[in-house]
Design a protein around this ligand. Sequence first.
Ligand code: GLU
Length: 305
Amino acid sequence: MNDLLSKIIEKNRHLTSKGKVASYIPALERVNPEYLGICIADMKGKLHLAGDYGQKFTLQSISKTISLMLAIIDNGTEKVFNKVGMEPTGDAFNSIVKLEIISPSKPLNPMINAGAIAVASLIKGEGPEEKFNRLLALFRKICQNEKLGINKEVYLSEKETGNRNRALAYFMKDVGIIDGDVEDVLDVYFRQCSIEVDCVDVARIGLFLANNGVVLETGERIAEEKVAKTIKTFMVTCGMYNASGEFAINVGIPAKSGVGGGIMAAVPLRMGIGVFSPALDEKGNSIAGYGLLKDLSEELDLSFF
Ligand code: GLU
């Protein structure tokens, strides 16, 4: 397996020069675009590694999967989906346009920024710190990594420049999707996006979802099987932004990308995959990461369609 991973890393390396690192969050711009790494965590608990798998990056939108899980654990499915929809959108991840024109005015799904901010508002806890710490504790269990924390520079950079997210959140407060203090809600969201991980952590998130809500290494069930399946379904329909349909055809596995350059994939009952390469295509997906997953899916016959 490690030979296969090294082979597909070399095959896709040229793609790292094709995309652009995210620059709308200033701290994300300061990364070497040539990084390319992969980790597979299999159902025997074994890790398969190649390239820059130990390089750190921030979770960004990948965090939306587990924050949704915590919001459902805290509130139940019905309450969460009263505030956020279940439908894919052809718009960009940070688009504002549909919020106003659809009725009722709720974000279309929890994988776009508006939906994820609404989800963050549902996490229980005294203030933003406690809410975020509950989410971080969940990530630490799932990733089997007690050292997991945030990249402060990225967090502060997002907090300072996240005006589009602020606009989404204040609009949602106005129409009653979000309760409470908007800046506190945004603080939880900015922190979750800034959690710092490597490919191994991300592969373990994928493995946990592939294993239907049970941490493979400890046997602890964190979420009901149905909740894990709901999240994987969102990954299929909305996980790769407005390229999710094309990704389903080309790769055929549930995946969630983030503008930090990571992609987390969960192959049901087979494996979790974490890939990282920070140069993005115009839709915000890691261009070489996408290439790695496409080749891996073909080589190991991973598509479930
Ligand atoms: N923190 C990023 C934002 O809110 C997350 C976007 C992403 O990874 O898609 O813009």
